[in-house]
Every structure is written in C-alpha cells, then in structure tokens.
Ligand binder design. Sequence first.
Ligand SMILES: NC(=O)c1ccc[n+]([C@@H]2O[C@H](COP(=O)([O-])OP(=O)(O)OC[C@H]3O[C@@H](n4cnc5c(N)ncnc54)[C@H](O)[C@@H]3O)[C@@H](O)[C@H]2O)c1
Length: 318
Amino acid sequence: MRVLITGGAGFIGSHIADRLMARDDDILVIDNYATGRRDNLAPGGNLKLIEGTIANADLVDQAFEEFRPDVVVHAAASYKDPEAWVEDVQTNIAGTVNITRASQRVRVNRLIYFQTALCYGITPIEQPITLNHPIRPEGSSYAYSKTVGEQYIAMTDLDYISFRLANAYGPRNMSGPLPTFYHRLTNGKPCFVMDTRRDFIYVDDMIEVVVKAIDGDGERGAYHISSGRDFAIKELFDATLSALDIQLDEEVEVRPRSPDDTYTILLDPSKTKQDFGWETSTPLEVGVERAIDYYRQYGISETYSHLRGAKEPETAEV
Ligand SMILES: NC(=O)c1ccc[n+]([C@@H]2O[C@H](COP(=O)([O-])OP(=O)(O)OC[C@H]3O[C@@H](n4cnc5c(N)ncnc54)[C@H](O)[C@@H]3O)[C@@H](O)[C@H]2O)c1
C-alpha cells in the first residue's frame, strides 16, 4: 500500500510510519519539523521524506501527483505557540484544505485525521463524552483551527475517519504532563499535580486502531480513541516516580483545579471498540516505563503545549 503521512516526523506520525514500514508499505512523509524530531524517522528504503510545509499547495499537489497515495494519514498540526494564530490557520486550516483537495484530486481510498478532544470545549457537558456531544471549541486557536480542518474534510465526499483523542503518551511524546514530569524530576525540580483526571492512551494501542482504519475497517466519520477510563494526574505522576525509581520525602502537592478547568476528560470509545473489534492492552505503568526509557536514551530538548502561559504543562493535553 502507498501511504502519505503528514507530520510523519512527529510523535504519532512516526509511530504509524514505523508500523507500516515494517510490513513493507511505501511511505511518503511531509513534515516541516516544527515540532517533529529528526531522530524519529530515518528516510531510506521504503520511506521518503519531503521537508516542507503542507501550507504550500504546490508542494502538496506535486507530492500527491508523483506519489499517488492509496491512503493519507494527516497527522501534521500546529499548536506549539498559543499566540501563533496565523501559523495555526496556515497549517491546521489551509494545510488541511490543501491535503483534502489533493486527496480528492488523486482519489485516495481514505483520509485519516486526528482531532483534539478540545473540540468539545473546555468543560464538556457530559462524561464520558459521546460522539453526539456538541462541537463547541472555545478559547484556543489550536482547538478552533483543528475543528475547522475537520469540518472541511467532512464537507467532502471523501471516505474519511477523524480520530478524536485527548492525551496520547509513549516514546517520542513531547507534549502534555509526562515529559514535563520526567524533565523536572530528573533535574531535581519540584512538581505539583492538579486534582484532575485525564484520558491517557498509550501510543501503540492507538496505532493498532489507526492501522485497522488504514486497512479499511470502520466507516466514514468520527471515532474516539480512548481506553474507556480516565486516570488521575497523580496516578501518572506516581507511575513516573516508580519508573524512575525515585522516592520523594513527602507526597507531591495536589493543587485544586481552577473554576474553568474540568474535573475529567473521558471519551466514550464504544463505537470504536464495536466497529474495529479493538481493545487497549497497555497498563499505564508499562506505557510510562517505555516512555521514560525513551527519554533516558534520547533526551528532551523541548516540550510543547497549546495552553497559554503553559511552561508548566502538568495538566496539558494536545
Ligand atoms: N498527542 C496527542 O495527545 C494528541 C491529542 C489530540 C490530537 N492530536 C493530533 O494528532 C496529530 C499528531 O500529533 P502529535 O502528538 O504527533 O504531535 P507532534 O507535534 O509530535 O507531530 C506533529 C507533526 O506535524 C509537523 N508539522 C507541523 N506543522 C506542519 C506543517 N505546516 N507542514 C508539515 N508538517 C508540519 C511537526 O513538525 C510534527 O512532526 C496532530 O494532528 C494533533 O493535533 C494529538
């Protein structure tokens, strides 16, 4: 199969590329390395990489014309600077429109998108959040632009799947609380956790369902990727401590959440489980250990968050 992956040098995109390369699919990645890492992917063999932006329609059109993908996995997104609205619009809206139009032109079999759970707003009106929850992004350039991107795709006749998710974690993850905990704990800095719960999904579990979608399972529309349970941020912190074999003198400080923060984000995965015959299998402690092994080996040069003023992204989700 010929699969074009945007954002393939990033966390999720590179795991998908690895999985597909291992079964000898032909892969073309487009990435501008805004948040991706060069050591995530090594071009060669059945993997080609174009360094450039999906906001460039000519670059996108030429890549599609030459590669003629069967399936497109659109994982590129802009989010690292909450004030970079123009960049968010150029990548998440114009870039997504470029990818969508090119997918129509060369008649791809399927387009796969990743949507943030922030499309349901900062304080969702139900838990777990079902696919019927109103779409109402608020207060975030990332959430607005990703939602518009999803809506452009839905406006076409393409066979598309939009996977909506909250917090993916694992090796190569550079956003959200885990890399921050690791970075602070290994540099002897104090940590605190919020008294909130979030929907953490281990990257390999997530990739299982994405590969099934690449192979044609599932029907046109949106799906949730979630284990079906939420975790206290403190559980994630404790798993990080234990993976690092650190014993603190006193328990970590648990801070009350702000009034506009939600107690939990939990996505209802029942349709995904049913249509894809899919279950998650990686316990939090195991996934955290694997992520920590990766951080130890490759280091963390930078962590990213779409949240304003968040260089303490202990509660952040992409
Ligand atoms: N990680 C999560 O928890 C999470 C949650 C919800 C949704 N998502 C979505 O999943 C997708 C993948 O996220 P990720 O966690 O792997 O993030 P990531 O930052 O690791 O990957 C995004 C990739 O896109 C690339 N990119 C950014 N702008 C680009 C542009 N204009 N042209 C080409 N490439 C560009 C980056 O360099 C990076 O390699 C994104 O669409 C994101 O919105 C992720």
